[in-house]
Design a binder for this molecule. Structure first.
Ligand code: GLN
Length: 268
């Protein structure tokens, strides 16, 4: 099993350095999408009408998904609550997972929240908030599969992942590009296991559970997880003012138990 949790210590050290190096960073936030959000002086009054655009990929239950035209999930509710704490209304932009970081960087969204794992590579392109959830990459296989752990995936097995995710990055690295099938949504990969096109899927644990919940007679989740990770919100590099506000709000909803109440609604 890959262990990347220690990355977090490194992450925050890097963030600290970046923050120090970015005194002029608030200019970035004034370009950001919607809003004169972070980065504007005197925004106390404007705060109540402020809008923040959150980009996400609503194909990732229980964190973000669409039902009856409405966005639901842990991230969606947590983001709205964070918005309330900041004094901003959060608007959702639903895009492909691998477009999230470019969209934040282009200023078309103020932040990305999508069960997004902090990785060293991503830290080169965006700044991450405090961690708000932990996760592990899980392996889903057909119920009758003889695959018992990630060790069995080295044997030329065909693995389905969601494009651009850590599942994609780690599996490509470990098992070779030729063995990886990439899907815009992991649910399509799970369906591909039914036809025998692929042997396994690698995806975040809670998402794996949510996806196979309705089909436990066809699929199982292996008990040996594949990688440990932590989720955080991404903002444009140097947007320290927004990041500070988001961090304060995350700290508040974590210590008050408000975040846990949202998680408990979606993860029984
Ligand atoms: N946690 C994984 C990642 O950050 C998957 C996220 C997702 O598919 N929404 O890459």
């Amino acid at each position: 099993m890959k262990k990347i949790t220690s990355l977090f210590l490194v992450s925050f050290m890097v963030l600290g350095l970046v923050a120090c190096a970015n005194n002029g960073g608030s200019a970035a936030s004034t370009e950001a999408a919607s809003t004169e959000v972070a980065g504007e002086a005197n925004n106390e009054v404007a705060a109540s009408t402020q809008k923040l655009i959150m980009c996400t990929n609503a194909e990732f239950p229980p964190y973000e998904y669409k039902e009856g035209g409405e966005f639901l999930g842990i991230d969606v509710e947590a983001a709205k609550l964070i918005g309330e704490k900041i004094g901003a209304e959060v608007e959702i932009l639903d895009i492909a997972f691998d477009s999230l970081i470019p969209t934040v960087n282009s200023g078309k969204a103020d932040f990305a929240m999508a069960g997004m794992t902090v990785t060293e590579d991503r830290l080169e392109n965006v700044d991450f908030s405090h961690t708000y959830q932990t996760a592990v990459q899980s392996i889903i296989v057909p119920v009758d599969s003889d695959i018992e752990s990630d060790a069995d995936l080295y044997d030329g097995k065909k693995i389905g992942v969601q494009l651009g995710t850590t599942g994609d990055i780690y599996c490509t690295d470990d098992f070779g590009d030729e063995n990886i099938s990439r899907y815009p949504k992991i649910v399509d990969g799970v369906q591909a296991m039914k036809t025998g096109a692929i042997d396994a899927c690698v995806v975040d644990d809670q998402v794996a559970k949510a996806i196979i919940a309705s089909d436990t007679s066809s699929f199982k989740i292996l008990e040996t997880p594949y990688a440990e990770e932590e989720y955080a919100i991404a903002v444009k590099k140097g947007n320290k003012e927004l990041l500070d506000k988001i961090n304060a709000a995350i700290d508040e909803i974590m210590s008050s138990g408000e975040l846990q109440a949202i998680v408990d609604k979606y993860i029984k």
